[in-house]
Design a protein around this ligand. Sequence first.
Ligand SMILES: *[C@@H]1O[C@H](CO)[C@@H](O)[C@H](O)[C@H]1NC(C)=O
Ligand SMILES: *[C@@H]1O[C@H](CO)[C@@H](O)[C@H](O)[C@H]1NC(C)=O
Length: 504
Amino acid sequence: MPLLLALPLLALLLAPSPPVARAQTLAERLYLNFLPINDAAGALTPPRILFAETPIVVRYTLIGGAAIYDARAACRPHALSFFATNDSVPPAFCQPDNNAILVSYATYRALLREFPAEMNGYADFLRTLGLEPVSSSRDPATLNGWANLAGDRLADFFQNDGWNSLGDRSRENSRIPFEDYTEYRPANSPYDPPFRLTRPLRWVPGQLNLGNGRLAHQIHVVPHLGLTVRPLILSDAHILARRVPAPYRQKNAPRITSRDRARVEQLVNEVLDASATLTPRQRFFARWWDNKLLSTGGISAFYETAGALDDFEVAQQFLGEMLSQHDALVIAWKEKRRHDLVRPFTLVRNLRRRQRFTAFVSEAAGFRTVRAEDWQSLISAQPHSEFPSGSAAICTAAMEHLDTYIRTKMGFVPSIKIRYPTDTLPFFVSEDTTVAFSGPLQAANNCAQSRLWAGVHFSPSLPAGQSIGRGVGKIVFEHMRLLGEGRIPANCTRCRADAAILGG
Ligand SMILES: *[C@@H]1O[C@H](CO)[C@@H](O)[C@H](O)[C@H]1NC(C)=O
Ligand SMILES: *[C@@H]1O[C@H](CO)[C@@H](O)[C@H](O)[C@H]1NC(C)=O
């Protein structure tokens, strides 16, 4: 998301909370709420995280979610941790305020190694509440010590998960976190014009304007995911078997051949038709879904209340949702690399070279006649290849998990209704907006469609992404249900009974 859009959200995050009728307990002040975003959630998701690349946000949120889960599971009779260990804590740790402190300290410690700058801000927030997460204690009879053991157990695991999150897989010194170490190379040079590409249906890094004459080109974000990262819940075989068919017949041809020409024309027309007719509602959803913490985070928060989930259930659902996103992401990235296809902004400039057409330009300028060379997607295209849609995969997997969780607990799934006053959103809306869906599955479908409105995907990417996500949420739900009941899921490579924290 451009920095310009980040600023209002920053103001929102920094705005003082409205006065509350009664003083909140410590547990309430530490609770992460994304609807509306409270101080604790704001402190844990600063702009550097909110506007990081989606895979990095997913992984960050997953690690945090695992820490929250472990600190809650230790106080839940029978429940096993993320590693299927039977951890124990002194009974006093399960008093609500103490357990909230344990959750906060464990989250801090789990994320500290890879996100030290972000954790400084979170530590400052905790200090405003009289807490001190920084400690070297390893005594499980203390809150700090237990949290350090639980946090380090997660940090050790995630340090070696194949993401190259510390940059240690690719360099000894001057490390670059999340850098590729599998020699991915784009098929096209970003210096070649869109109408003279080596392989016009393959991905081309876009140009970026960093301001003051500093221009740059995109580098594909974590292209190694599908090769080097193992799934956390699905089997390796499942990941390999999940494939989506190519939308083009001859993606490597040096020219768009007659076998693909009609298809490609139709896909470009769809994107430009959408751009020429974008309704305020479509623009809202394109921007809302682009920010997963706001959208999927908001929907989860809605169901935490609607389903009256207790602290453990909130943590279990949240971790399950993030695990669903993680494994869907690994499949989506495997397929993105395999297909490595061109984004709309490139193909529009190629097929419509020197033509003018009507398109949505900005909220201020509205619809204008623009040259193909100047056309921009509503949301700027992320630095990764086009097919399939990662958002469609992530939303489908996450919303399926949520749907399954709520249906199992309540016996039915209430419809979603979330109202946003105009000044509570990090992007422009002219009036108060209500988000209403029959349930998470309909929401996921809207999420997928919104990527066409955003102008960042062609239509075949949407069902392809959805098919990757489908089924993932249910498998993750079963896995998390077993852990919650004290049973070790079959074939759990991550599960290791020897790593239990015994503090009780
Ligand atoms: C976990 O440990 C507690 C206390 O030792 C015990 O009562 C419980 O049965 C154990 N749970 C499992 C699933 O092993
Ligand atoms: C566990 O792995 C075995 C052997 O690969 C396989 O036959 C079985 O279906 C797997 N079970 C689950 C629950 O994935």
